[in-house]
Design a protein around this ligand. Sequence first.
Ligand code: NDP
Length: 258
Amino acid sequence: MAGRLQDKVALVTGAGRGIGAAIAWCFAREGAAVVIAEKDPETGAAMAERLQEQGARALFVEMDVTARRDAETAVAQALGAFGRLDTLVNNAGINVFHEPLETSEAEWRRCFAVDLDGVWHMCRAALPGMLEQGSGSIVNIASSHSSTIIPGTFPYPVAKHGLLGLTRSLGIEYAARGVRVNAIAPGYIDTSIARDYWATFPDPAAERARAEALHPPKRIGRPEEVAMTAVFLASDEAPFINAACIAIDGGRSVVYHD
Ligand code: NDP
């Protein structure tokens, strides 16, 4: 039986580890050729090798999403290797958490450079080809911080709210030309970004337990749970889903707190 992404070509940023690696893995399992666009040459190359060992078509491109030229090169390499690009997953992201007035200019810029400018650089690079072929799916990894504010996490939610705005803007601009743009908003997912955050507290295990308790299923999410939704949005099973944001948080975002 053909995979759900058979013969499609996908580029996933930050796919060396965490959620991006899970997305790359699930995409390859569903038959897609996958470009691992990653800053870390070790994790990126290792991920591409793992996929190739499984018989998948995979390519590693060392790049930094904050550089527009890197974004253009990554898309050009994807097109050169596989002839087309059907799906762009903007997954690379960083946590920058501060009290607003204690946020330095450099920290503000670092956050926006990766979490928002980086996504726009990739979209700018990928969209012309998608529009020319009359089809494409862009999946942006947003966050529960795209619609809620947790004090002390500034300016990450500002960038992630902006990412939702970018998703909606591009989704509406290009819908009639065959390109869908959607977002996924994960709650806590078990990756190093979350573990590094808990490590900033005096009792990391207690902080993790607190995060688990916040989610109605009393656990945090797994990277594969985000990846499965990315597969769905990239597939031909979601042709009328556009400019949408799917929460993957066990229902946390709809719980009423008094
Ligand atoms: P990880 O830190 O585990 O992985 C992020 C990956 O992105 C790393 O491989 C990292 O490379 C890469 N990366 C970082 N900056 C760049 C850059 N400038 N250019 C290219 N690649 C880069 O994070 P997650 O997998 O947890 O996060 C993935 C996405 O999910 C992010 O957008 C994050 O905001 C979002 N998210 C995560 C949640 C969570 O709880 N885990 C919750 C909600 C949203 P390197 O190894 O070199 O740093």
